[in-house]
Design a protein around this ligand. Structure first.
Ligand SMILES: Cc1cc2nc3c(=O)[nH]c(=O)nc-3n(C[C@H](O)[C@H](O)[C@H](O)COP(=O)(O)OP(=O)(O)OC[C@H]3O[C@@H](n4cnc5c(N)ncnc54)[C@H](O)[C@@H]3O)c2cc1C
Length: 430
């Protein structure tokens, strides 16, 4: 790291999702004047994607914020993006076909004393492995690399294991036996877990952005000096300086830009970075990234009333929607959220929604719009245990290149924003 970074340094951030825009935001705060953000799409926000339909926002990507989102709230306060807690949350009980409270669905058939004792043990284990709450995963206790399922059993936490089904399995972060415990602990840290409990009791959490999550990032982008949408990167080559050849998707105009530093806040797998002169180690590391597929579908649901978030517990088989959000009470539009396998098609997702709706709703469901995501960049527990994240962090800064986003610190808005803030402070803060 150099003694003092020149504030005239030309910095390119690739990707205008939460990771890229928050990195650019913090660089600007540190006094960097020549920061350019390149975004492939015609909009910023990445997986914070709110579709405006008949004047109202519907969330196709990120929806909720929890108590641990302080770095997001700090940015939101600066740009005047307002939060609300307007979703009455419940769980659909397939036995009685009624909505019950999430807490009673999660802890049914469990003794309250055992739940309490296991919760205390969970916080104790988290305290022991508290390194996991810091940005990144380097140096995390290797015990936390093991699958969450094993970790739960070893630590006698089965009375509270259902508490994580909704935020983890249903939210598309994989099955307990597939993902490292460290991912879950990072996500379900003390503040986030506390807000889930408070939300279950008082309905005051989670909170959503009044004008949609994407609106937050549009406000941030509007305050940055150089965010270029529709930028198709044709080539990145890193020699004495970093040359980026790009084409504007709407005008087709080509351009060659030169930078001193590069922050990649876009998908890092080698297929996504096909335009880049990846070094052998980068290729090898990024070749190990996995994603999960996930669909969000906005539909007309005749006869459905009120405003709510409804989850199905136990979680249905993969492909079926696990949750519905009806954001606005005065119309009949709902967004269905469906984790999927790599081979699940959009048509199958719609068929599952219609089949399930036939059982639970009146009237015929009509699709308005559907979005498919490659979601949750992560590595297997074996790779995690083999020191993947220590090697990944050691790559930061080589060839004047840095990496940010969901892979580095888990796939939520809060964790990606916190990581970007830390990255910029550590490497560009002097
Ligand atoms: C359905 C769903 C629900 C979710 N719910 C929540 C939630 O409730 N709360 C929460 O905190 N998180 C939630 N998330 C996760 C959250 O949205 C992500 O963790 C977050 O958006 C990750 O930010 P990122 O910047 O790392 O990546 P992204 O948001 O994916 O942004 C990456 C950006 O890079 C751009 N890009 C890609 N390739 C290129 C290229 N070649 N050149 C230029 N730009 C490129 C993309 O277009 C995109 O804008 C949800 C996600 C989904 C899909």
């Amino acid at each position: 790291m150099s003694a003092t970074m020149d504030r005239d340094r030309r910095i390119c951030v690739v990707g205008a999702g939460p990771a890229g825009l928050s990195a650019a935001w913090h660089l600007q705060r540190l006094g960097y004047r020549r920061v350019t953000v390149l975004e492939r799409n015609a909009r910023g926000g990445g997986k914070c994607h709110s579709i405006i339909h008949e004047g109202r926002p519907y969330e196709f990507g990120a929806i909720d914020t929890l108590l641990g989102y302080e770095d997001v709230f700090e940015i939101a306060r600066s740009v005047g993006a307002k939060l609300v807690a307007n979703q009455r949350a419940g769980a659909y009980d397939p036995e009685t076909k009624r909505s019950i409270s999430i807490l009673s669905a999660v802890f049914r058939h469990q003794s309250p004393l055992k739940v309490l004792a296991a919760t205390v043990r969970y916080f104790y284990e988290m305290f022991k492995g508290r390194q996991v709450l810091k940005p990144g995963f380097a140096g995390v206790n290797k015990d936390l690399a093991k699958p969450f399922q094993h970790w739960i059993q070893e630590n006698k936490l089965t009375p509270i294991q259902n508490a994580f089904i909704l935020p983890v399995v249903a939210c598309g972060y994989g099955r307990y036996d597939e993902i490292s415990a460290a991912y879950v602990l990072k996500y379900m840290g003390i503040w986030n877990l506390l807000s889930c409990i408070l939300g279950g009791l008082f309905g005051n959490w989670p909170k959503q952005f009044l004008l949609g999550f994407q609106d937050l990032w549009s406000r941030v982008a509007a305050r940055l000096p150089d965010v270029r949408l529709n930028s198709r990167i044709m080539e990145i080559s890193r020699k004495a300086s970093i040359s980026i050849r790009l084409q504007n998707e709407s005008t087709q105009a080509g351009e060659l830009l030169e930078f001193d530093s590069l922050i990649l806040a876009c998908p890092l797998d080698p297929v996504s970075l096909h335009f880049m002169d990846l070094r052998t180690e980068e290729k090898e590391m990024f070749g190990k990234i996995r994603y999960d597929k996930y669909f969000a579908s906005l539909c007309h649901c005749p006869g459905i009333k009120g405003g709510f978030f409804l989850a199905e517990l136990p979680v249905p088989t993969i492909g079926h929607p696990w949750g519905i959000i009806k954001q606005w009470p005065k119309n009949d539009l709902c967004v269905f959220y469906s984790p999927a396998t790599p081979s699940t098609t959009a048509d199958e997702i719609l068929r599952f929604i219609q089949e399930d709706a036939k059982k639970n709703l009146r009237g015929k469901i009509q699709l308005i719009q559907q979005v498919e995501w490659d979601y949750f960049p992560h590595v297997t527990p074996e790779e995690f245990a083999g020191g993947y994240y220590d090697r990944l962090e050691a790559l930061q800064g080589t060839n004047n290149t840095w990496f940010a986003g969901g892979l580095l610190n888990f796939e939520t808005v809060a964790t990606t924003v916190t990581y970007s803030k830390e990255l910029v402070t550590k490497w560009f803060g002097t």
